[in-house]
Write a protein that binds this ligand. Structure first.
Ligand code: SAH
Ligand code: SF4
Ligand code: F3S
Length: 440
């Protein structure tokens, strides 16, 4: 039996894709390897979102090439977004790569691996308008057994001017809701207590007449003890109906990730985000009116083409105005083939990008700390996920707001908390990254 190891880079969608790839290969008799050193086949699931992500993969391929020299017959495959984007260049420049498969061609992996075993280099980077891997049950690779990602749609039609994803993942398509609900019910029966519905733009989900709010309602109806999260939402599709469904369903979590990218309407227009600062802030107010306890997080880009000190100041003021709980923050990285790369000069000097990013990160640390301080003395229900990394007599879990809370493992009744348990806690202390609490 051949053993396969999959190494995953990039976003949560890549995590599920690796699990789907494992399901496809397991059905053909492949077993899971624990590491690259006991694998016959090593697959690298790659990301292209920023140049740094791709540089890491080029280096990683050199390391694996050295390993392959010592282990004759080992097969190295490149899959994911960078495989889609750079198939030819990779095969030309990295002879250790035996096969390349893009995000929509994973069903051909058994064939590509068989071909590579016979010495043929295989490539399949065809994108599809239909593929959703709908009926496959992903093999959970790195899971606590409590929380799982469920892909509900693939691709992206938004073409934000800086972004490579529409090119690497193709057009948007939504998965059959029946297959989603079946997967969620199976996860619950296997002991999972949280699912995160995934897509590049989950809230534009549409399958025949099933919209995203309707899908969310159906998934949450699986069981009140199942927590439901979703990512990522595009601000243009955060409708009143969606907000209302979240607000009236207690097991849909009070946490919305709503990437703003910039606080300047001028930048948003150049980014082709299809909303203004004012429109974004109005959506935040709508969320806050319906759910005052809802956490809001974001993605921000520093130093996009033509960004002035005023545009940057607008991003900082947006952050303060919203008071984000959490943010992913990036320096703009030009991506070949995007509208920005074709038509807008990447004219903010790197040291200015770095300085602006540092300011953004420092402000976010302050905002996260303020938000955590407001939680001190408050009570939350957490879902326990596992042992704390720092100390074996403490466990960690998350609040509905997606904040990590660390509490003593042994309850007042002498019972040891297990992953998958729900428990009520009161927050006692915090840092900007975590909350500490006690059972109530
Ligand atoms: N579909 C999601 C996330 C896509 S990628 C969304 O639309 O929000 C995750 C984040 O990477 C983006 O939100 C953006 O902040 C960042 N990103 C995308 N392209 C980038 C680029 N060229 N340079 C820097 N950051 C980028
Ligand atoms: Fe990229 Fe925009 Fe699509 Fe998100 S919505 S994946 S940022 S093009
Ligand atoms: Fe990266 Fe592709 Fe995800 S570019 S962020 S792995 S969609």
């Amino acid at each position: 039996m051949k053993k396969v190891f999959i190494e995953t880079y990039g976003c949560q969608m890549n995590v599920v894709d690796s699990e789907t790839v494992m399901a496809i290969l397991a059905a053909e008799g492949f077993a899971r390897a624990e590491s690259t050193t006991d694998a016959d086949v090593v697959l690298i699931n790659t990301c292209s979102i920023r140049d740094g992500a791709e540089q890491r993969i080029w280096h990683r391929l050199d390391e694996l090439g050295a390993l392959k020299k010592r282990r004759k017959g080992m097969i190295i495959g490149l899959i994911g977004c960078m495989a889609e984007r750079l198939a030819d260049r990779i095969l030309e420049q990295r002879p250790m790569v035996d096969l390349v498969a893009g995000p929509d061609s994973y069903r051909s992996l058994p064939k590509l691996v068989a071909g590579a075993t016979d010495g043929a280099k295989g490539v399949n980077v065809e994108l599809s308008k239909e593929e959703t891997y709908a009926e496959l049950s992903p093999v959970r690779l790195d899971s606590s057994g409590v929380s799982a990602f469920v892909a509900i749609m693939r691709g992206c039609n938004n073409f934000c001017s800086y972004c490579v994803v529409p090119y690497t993942r193709g057009r948007e398509r939504s998965r059959d809701p029946e297959t989603i609900l079946r997967e969620v019910r199976e996860l619950f029966a296997a002991g999972y207590r949280e699912v995160t519905l995934l897509g590049q733009n989950v809230n534009s989900y549409l399958h025949e007449d099933v919209t995203f709010p309707e899908l969310l309602r159906r998934v949450a109806a699986t069981d009140p003890k199942l927590r439901v999260r979703f990512a990522t939402s595009h601000p243009k599709d955060i409708s009143d109906e969606l907000i209302a469904v979240i607000a009236k369903t207690p097991n849909i979590c009070r946490a919305i990730h709503l990437p703003a990218q910039s606080g300047s309407s001028r930048m948003l227009e150049k980014m082709n985000r299809k909303y203004t600062r004012e429109w974004y802030l109005e959506r935040i107010s709508a969320i806050r009116r319906a759910m005052p306890d809802c956490a809001i997080s974001t993605d921000l880009i520093a130093g996009f083409c033509g960004e002035t000190p005023d545009d940057h100041a607008a991003t900082l003021s947006l952050m303060r105005e919203v008071g984000y709980e959490f943010a992913f923050m990036f320096k703009y990285s030009e991506r070949e083939g995007t509208l920005a790369a074709r038509e807008m000069p990447d004219d903010v000097p790197d040291e200015v990008k770095t300085a602006r990013l540092t300011e953004i990160i420092e402000l976010q640390n302050e905002l996260s700390l303020q938000s955590n301080r407001r939680d001190i003395g408050r009570e939350f229900e957490i879902l326990v996920e596992g042992l704390s990394k720092r100390s074996p007599d403490r466990v960690f879990g998350r609040t509905s707001q997606n904040k990590v809370v660390v509490i003593p493992r042994t309850t007042k009744t002498g019972h040891n908390l297990q992953p998958g348990d729900y428990t009520k806690v009161r927050i006692t202390t915090c840092t900007s990254a975590t909350l500490q609490g006690e059972e109530v």
